[in-house]
Write a protein that binds this ligand. Structure first.
Ligand code: MG
Ligand code: ZN
Length: 358
């Protein structure tokens, strides 16, 4: 009887120890989610084919696919796509952070804030645009930009960098949300080059009044510099951080059926991936996830030459398509991202990596 109870106790202790160690190994302190809007496998391979050097995409050992369809459409838009990634719920197209009935949903960014982590959003579009908005706002329409801007004041986000300043200070309702941000202790900065990454506090960094220009029209290294500075600022927090970085305009190149636009934006996005990986390799406690919300353009490569770095591309549509999109993962818990799953599973996998409870 006594021996039996010792045995049971030993088994319990071993079980607890095993679970603790196993959980610890897969647990991430930080998660950096990079979203290439409209970036399917072809967009990536097009960029790989013309690049002089191997892209950072090729460094990932754990690769999977997710299914992008929304609650009401075989083909998602960036509102429903972003909401699925951010909140783990499939909703109708055009919705932002609300379910099909219009109920607000809690995003991974909000969960991170509730768990004492610091958070950030970086985008090459307006920061109020569908993808970043999905992580911080709740609205029945992605086009309610001024309402979405207001939602930034209800979440204790630590840094956001992107365009869309006009939605904060040139509003139909005459409210000046720049003043409100300052009242909420944000340092409001114009241009990411004016952001001092050694400074403490919360930062609202506006890089454009509307959207940022294309990389082909001189956006420069805004995305990779923003990614690096956001990481440097957020990583000062001992509890960890969540950061979403969006390469927004891969999608717009697809809508324009412009292969040079698509490739240049994908190559620029790859430079932001480099910054995330550089940090994660050193830090060892950071999970980096790279994915898309959907593919745009139905892009195919019908000819090419790897020696000459040439491709011949064709678009089958100027809109989004239904195909699965790739997921690349690096860091603690990366092995959970292999396979084929729903877009909503990205949220679940991030929750698991952080060890958050719903
Ligand atoms: Mg987007
Ligand atoms: Zn689009």
């Amino acid at each position: 009887m006594k021996k039996a109870s010792y045995l049971i106790l030993t088994i319990i202790i071993l079980f607890i120890t095993y679970n603790f160690v196993a959980k610890d190994n897969n647990q991430a302190k930080n998660v950096i989610l990079l979203i290439g809007d409209g970036m399917g496998v072809t967009q990536i391979y097009a960029a790989m084919s013309v690049s002089e050097k191997p892209l950072n995409f090729e460094k990932f050992k754990h690769v999977g696919f997710h299914k992008t369809y929304s609650a009401n459409s075989y083909i998602t838009d960036s509102g429903a796509g972003g909401t699925a990634l951010a909140t783990g719920v499939k909703t109708k197209n055009k919705r932002i952070g609300v379910d099909t009935l219009g109920n607000p949903l809690k995003s991974i960014l909000v969960y991170a804030e509730e768990n004492q982590l610091v958070t950030g959003l970086v985008s090459t579009s307006a920061i109020t645009h569908a993808t970043p908005a999905s992580f911080i706002a709740s609205d029945s329409s992605r086009y309610n930009y001024e309402n979405i801007a207001k939602d930034f004041l209800d979440v204790d986000i630590d840094i956001f960098i992107g365009g869309g300043k006009n939605h904060f200070n040139k509003r139909e309702d005459q409210l000046n949300l720049i003043d409100s941000l300052k009242k909420n202790n944000y340092q409001v900065i114009d241009g990411v080059n004016n952001l001092d990454e050694k400074a403490e506090g919360k930062f609202a960094v506006f890089t454009a009044d509307k959207h940022n220009p294309k990389i082909l029209d001189g956006r420069g290294d805004m995305l990779s510099v923003s990614t690096e500075k956001a990481i440097n600022i957020l990583s000062k927090n001992k509890e960890g951080f969540f950061l979403m970085v969006e390469g927004s305009q891969i999608d717009w190149g697809g809508h324009d059926k412009d292969i040079d636009y698509v490739v240049s934006e994908t190559l620029d996005f790859d430079k932001a991936i480099a910054k995330a990986l550089e940090f994660a390799i050193k830090d060892k406690k950071t999970l980096v996830i790279v994915t898309a919300d959907h593919e745009t353009g139905g892009l195919t490569l019908v000819d090419g030459d790897l020696e000459k770095k040439e491709i011949t591309a064709e678009f089958s549509t100027d809109d989004h398509t239904a195909v699965m999109v790739p997921v690349f993962a690096f860091g603690p818990g990366a092995e959970n991202f292999g396979g084929i799953y729903e877009n909503t599973d990205i949220f679940e996998k991030m929750m698991t990596a952080f060890g958050f409870k719903k």
